[in-house]
Design a protein around this ligand. Structure first.
Ligand code: NAD
Ligand code: TYD
Length: 380
């Protein structure tokens, strides 16, 4: 294929990566997309079923920590852009197995950076036209205060244009300038990888970009994360394990809106910049859980409140960050990005998708994940 650009996307068989690969493969037939994924427990080729015959999509099963392989791939395909999503991504797993997180998230990112550097620096045009785009998380910023009194609805409102009517659970938000303060092994490993990416810009002049996004939800998310886990458990009448009092706040964004932001920033973002991505959509866990219960019960034809008794309060996650809230006004002002979906619409689409894709869910929950789930929640 004589491609206009060749972009290497890592982690493209995972949750967010599969949406990014789908967007790029379909929107840019003139690009060649090299999708590199190790297919860990979280990587699933069923997430890419519709792209298996796409002529501009090449799937490569490989570990990003394999430096020689990464460099050879970049040379073989003449890669000029990298969108790096591959990571270990679940906080609870990072608490149990921090080494795997350091290996993939830190050493894997470094391996890609070094491979890209040695591949690009020897070209006559050097870094001209190249881009290394690293996908990170808001969790690197630490935790915000929850200034809304317990049991009360949020007293604050955001002032961002797209979110005039939305509430917030505190006065502070994460800005691009917020000092890093990670608390979990997951966020510590992501913070470390972000620093390496910025160091490659400052030291070697590599054209890098970093974005920090809030919690994503939507189709193809591995059912260890809150929303798909709870949808599946409600359907099966299983307990819904709520950590602590369910008072922690997360800021939720529909995954396709994240993928659209990545497309925009990859093409139009400024080199060496950081952009926060979020939809001004804060929810206390217990409130979002009640919305999920009401939606699943309604779509399954259960009476109102039918699954509420499944809520089971359990021991809190160690070091559980209280509140995340992203201020994404820089991205809105500079590149004109706005979330396209209201939360009510997004959660309805998401629940419908999981209920309609029971095979996808059953396939995942029949294997390794069941073992993990039992260790996590049953023998706790
Ligand atoms: P995911 O766990 O669903 O997918 C990760 C993918 O990376 C999987 O396909 C897995 O097989 C692959 N992978 C893991 N280790 C690898 C290795 N050593 N080599 C090659 N591939 C490997 O994760 P996700 O939720 O899609 O997150 C993608 C990225 O976005 C991550 O970098 C994460 O930190 C970031 N992020 C996620 C969220 C969220 O809410 N899920 C929010 C903000 C940022
Ligand atoms: P999660 O989906 O793991 O994302 P993150 O930890 O990256 O924010 O969890 C979202 C929130 O839901 C978080 O505050 C932890 C909480 N949670 C539960 O209460 N019970 C669960 O079983 C899970 C998976 C999460």
């Amino acid at each position: 294929m004589n491609a206009k650009r060749t972009i290497l996307i890592t982690g493209g068989a995972g949750f967010i990566g599969s949406h990014v690969v789908r967007l790029f493969v379909n929107k840019y037939p003139e690009y060649r997309i090299i999708n590199v994924d190790k297919l860990t427990y979280a990587g699933n080729l069923a997430n890419l079923e519709d792209l298996k015959d796409a002529p501009n999509h090449v799937f490569v099963k490989a570990d990003i920590c394999d430096y020689d392989r990464m460099k050879a791939l970049m040379e073989e395909y003449d890669v000029d852009g990298i969108i790096h999503l591959a990571a270990e991504s679940h906080v609870d797993r990072s608490i149990r197995d921090p080494f795997t997180f350091a290996r993939t998230n830190v050493m894997g990112t470094l391996s890609l950076l070094q491979a890209a550097r040695l591949c690009w620096e020897v070209r006559p045009e050097g870094y001209e036209g190249k881009r290394f785009y690293h996908i990170s998380t808001d969790e690197v910023y630490g935790a915000l205060e929850l200034t809304c009194p317990e049991g009360m609805d949020s007293p604050f409102t955001t002032t961002a244009s797209s979110a005039e009517h939305h509430h917030a659970y505190g006065e502070d938000f994460f800005l691009e300038s917020t000092k890093y303060d990670p608390h979990s092994p997951y966020s510590a490993s992501k913070a470390s990888s972000d620093h390496f990416v910025r160091a490659y810009h400052d030291t070697y002049g590599m054209p890098t970009i970093v974005t920090n996004c809030s919690n994503n939800y939507g189709p193809y998310q591995f059912p260890e994360k809150l929303i798909p886990l709870f949808i599946n458990n409600i359907r099966q009448g299983k307990p819904l394990p709520v950590y602590g009092k369910g008072e922690n706040v997360r800021d939720w964004l529909y995954v396709e809106d994240h993928a659209r932001a990545i497309d925009l920033i990859f093409h139009q973002g400024k080199v060496a910049e950081t952009y926060n991505i979020g939809g001004f959509n804060e929810w206390k866990n217990i409130d979002i859980i009640k919305v999920i219960i009401a939606t699943v019960d309604r779509l399954l034809g259960n009476p109102e409140g039918h699954s509420l008794p499944l809520i089971t309060y359990i021991t809190d996650r160690a070091g559980h960050d209280l509140r995340y809230a992203i201020d994404s006004r820089k991205l809105q002002a500079e590149l004109g990005w706005e979330p396209s979906l209201q939360f009510e619409e997004g959660i309805e689409k998401t629940v419908l998708w999981y209920l309609d894709h029971q095979d996808w869910m059953d396939h995942i929950t029949s294997g390794e994940y069941v073992k993990y789930y039992e260790e996590m929640y049953i023998n706790r």
